[in-house]
Write a protein that binds this ligand. Structure first.
Ligand SMILES: [Zn+2]
Ligand SMILES: [Zn+2]
Length: 178
């Protein structure tokens, strides 16, 4: 994922038009535009596309949001079409997450680590990047755990073999001489 070379030079946040002062307050969208993290978050409460290029920034709808909306719909505080739209976005989100999970499953752990490092360094904070980071972190941690338990198992195996040799070998020798 060669993203770092494609980041355009953009001195100020296009939402509030103020410069970036602290490195941590800067955030990148999936379309490689930069904003203050707080500015973008506020913007995405209303819209779901990039303020500069209108690139659709995926905003995942949670199950809690859907059930809260369903309750509102039951009380006639929400129209059926709005609820339907939310459900569709929820389903789409599940599909996107599953696809990304499958993609990460297929990658080698070394490539996942590299991609994770790039994403983390660029400080993407749109929903999709957060999901990517979460999935990659999970995979890296699982792999580390698996390696550790394999190592533990090997240590135990060596110990058992050594123990068996220690117990049985001295007894086996006199017998074989007879
Ligand atoms: Zn700003
Ligand atoms: Zn953009």
């Amino acid at each position: 994922m060669a993203v770092s070379s494609r980041i355009p030079a953009q001195p100020d946040c296009s939402i509030c038009l103020s410069p970036f002062l602290l490195p941590g307050e800067k955030t990148y969208t999936a379309c490689r535009h930069t904003f203050h993290q707080a500015c973008l978050q506020k913007w995405l409460e209303k819209g779901d596309s990039c303020p500069i290029c209108r690139h659709l920034l995926i905003k995942f709808v949670s199950f809690e949001q859907v059930s809260a909306a369903a309750q509102k719909w039951r009380k006639s505080q929400l129209s059926e079409s709005e609820l339907k739209q939310l459900c569709e976005r929820f389903q789409k989100g599940i599909k996107i997450k599953a696809n990304e999970k499958r993609r990460i499953e297929k990658l080698r752990i070394e490539d996942i680590k590299k991609e994770y490092a790039v994403l983390e360094q660029l400080n993407f904070r749109d929903d999709f990047s957060l999901i990517q980071l979460h999935l990659m972190k999970e995979k890296i941690e699982n792999e580390a755990r698996k390696r550790k338990s394999n190592k533990d198992f090997n240590c135990m195996l060596i110990f058992i073999v050594a123990f068996c040799i220690f117990i049985f070998l001295p007894n086996a020798h006199p017998k074989s001489k007879r």
